[in-house]
Design a protein around this ligand. Sequence first.
Ligand code: 3PG
Ligand code: MG
Length: 396
Amino acid sequence: MAWKTLDDMDLSGKVVLCRVDINVPVKDGHVSDDTRIRRIVPTVRDIVAAGGKPVLLAHFGRPKGERVPEMSLSIVRPALEAALGLPVLFAEDCIGAPAKHAVAALEPGQVLLLENTRYHDEETRNDPMFAASLAALGDVYCNDAFSAAHRAHGSTEGIARLLPSCAGRLMQAELSALEAALGAPARPVVAVVGGAKVSTKLDLLGNLVSKVDHLVIGGGMANTFLAAQGVGVGTSLAEHDMADTARAILAKADEEGCEVILPRDIVVAREFAAHAPHETVATEACPADAMILDAGPDTVAYIRTVIENAQTLIMNGPLGVFEMEPFQTGTFAMLDVVAEQTGAGRLTSVAGGGDTVAAINASGHGDDFTYISTAGGAFLEWMEGKTLPGVAALED
Ligand code: 3PG
Ligand code: MG
């Protein structure tokens, strides 16, 4: 698969329609986490440096074709201007007269942000006329929104078919990190997958067991696997109706030579609450009236040896309920090992997903991975082995 990058395009004097993902969290009318905004800065600056005029296309929330004021991208404009260090103008619609006039008035060194593309439901329907209206505004299309690339929308897919197109810097970085982690990784490869439910990560687990050498399963999902093997999990969150599926995944892993690593010891409590009285017991010894909230130290010690021997690690999901003290302990201890091995140059580590990145940041290891993706759903779909429409549309 090959994509053009900004380096392959003649941008001088051109209007560059740049799809970005600035779908950031907002609290009290202000951006509360500007990570996604900061990550698009190199692309916008490079367009300006090459003499191009960046016009940013983006969605914000899910307004479903209505002009919902709380989902206006004007809310994000000040944070964007601060991150870019360039004047950011704003147009009240992403197509039609307001957009056309704003583009015509744009001067070199300025950036134009167009209003939420999802104010038009033609965006999510990938309506060809809508994509054509977007394309008519510019000369070149640059997609820098990997985290929205799992959506086949007008501004992510349709438009790429209508203009000379390329990947932005963040898109390039995401694709090369993911290629290094699962495409052609250095082995052994270990995947860490956690989260509440097996049912939402079936495709993921199915794909991973055929790609990785060790699969660590944590969180509520691990309970489902333990229960499927006849281990009592007390009052733990578990999907007992997924037992057959869990056993089928274990059988497939066995066939493929993938070692599945489940908790060897567990931290249990009677109450789902921070600081609930808790104890560490062997996995087979979960009391009937208790629930599993974290992986224990023996489990982490074993995971340490696996990570020390691995060359590549990909992570989506924590080991335990990291949001509640002290049930972050297992996850954080594992992250210490990832950070140590990555820092020593012995491990390529890649992580993605909202909860996962929150856990990594909370552990203080936000800068210690080889690469942290800005994507949630797109990262997951990519790990599932699916084709992302926004990426496919960029292919030559
Ligand atoms: C995200 O925040 O995950 C992306 O911006 C995609 O948003 P969506 O799930 O509403 O398509
Ligand atoms: Mg999402």
